[in-house]
Write a protein that binds this ligand. Structure first.
Ligand SMILES: [Zn+2]
Length: 260
């Protein structure tokens, strides 16, 4: 079965077969997403995706339990724009650590840090080892910003260039047009590549590495957008959600089979 933690009763959670259950801890953000998207974009995309998985998918390998979503993450890179909320790294670490400890205390063995915000990725990877060592949990980090998760889904859909999918971009704006079109103002959408010092052929210090700079968002973009939201459509968003739901079930099935 696939359920939200907070919609189960005490006894239902107690009775779950912990050897056949995976707990997902959804990590998202509340931060500026350009002029055309709401600050809740990362949180709304993730909660919509979870709703779609719960409503439309089946999980044959046990139980998928979505713990309460963190609506705020580590977004201090965006504090130079209005509306961004962020935890400091130590606070965020402690909050994830405490909740993971509760999940382990109740007998669960597998935890997935299920992340929709690139600024959380470093924290998710860092804390995953601590949770493994301190609580004995088997911890998996699912992240779509620094992996190839969307690559297949974007094939045949992506029309923007090299920097088109990054932040408040073709991808996120399409997903928002499908999830909450009432919150998107396409008349305010602008495309922007990263600043020249972080882009370019043959350079080493770029937003894609191999050398990363500790940039804040207004070092990289004037508009707050990195990418090409003007290429976004609702049709792309619907296809991307469908793609993500199916692919995630395959990913979770593989996690169910792995024991370490
Ligand atoms: Zn985002």
């Amino acid at each position: 079965m696939i359920k939200r933690w907070e919609e189960l009763s005490r006894d239902e959670i107690g009775a779950l077969d912990k050897d056949r259950s995976i707990v997902m801890l959804p990590l998202s953000a509340t931060e500026q997403h350009g002029a055309h998207l709401p600050v809740g974009t990362d949180a709304i995309i993730l909660s919509t995706l979870i709703d779609k998985i719960i409503e439309g998918e089946k999980f044959e390998k046990g139980n998928l339990i979505f713990a309460p979503q963190f609506l705020i993450g580590k977004s201090n890179e965006h504090m130079c724009f209005s509306g961004t909320l962020t935890f400091k790294a130590k606070t965020y670490y402690s909050m994830i650590y405490d909740i993971a400890g509760c999940i382990a205390h109740h007998g669960f063995k597998k935890l997935v840090l299920f992340n929709s915000h690139g600024g959380n990725t470093d924290m998710a990877n860092l804390i995953s080892r601590d949770l493994r060592i301190d609580f004995g949990l088997q911890v998996f980090v699912f992240d779509w910003w620094f992996t190839d998760f969307w690559a297949d889904g974007l094939k045949g859909l992506k029309e923007s260039g090299m920097y088109g999918v990054f932040h408040a971009c073709e991808l996120e704006t399409s997903l928002m047009l499908a999830a909450r079109p009432d919150l998107v103002d396409m008349s305010k959408a602008v495309d922007e590549d990263p600043a020249d010092c972080f882009k370019g052929e043959g350079k080493y210090v770029t937003v894609f590495g191999p050398v990363n700079a500790g940039w804040k968002t207004n070092d990289v973009t004037k508009s707050g957008v990195i990418g090409a939201p003007t290429f976004a459509t609702v049709e792309k968003g619907k296809k991307l959600f469908d793609y993500a739901c199916k692919k995630l079930i395959n990913i979770f099935s593989e996690i169910a089979d792995i024991n370490y």
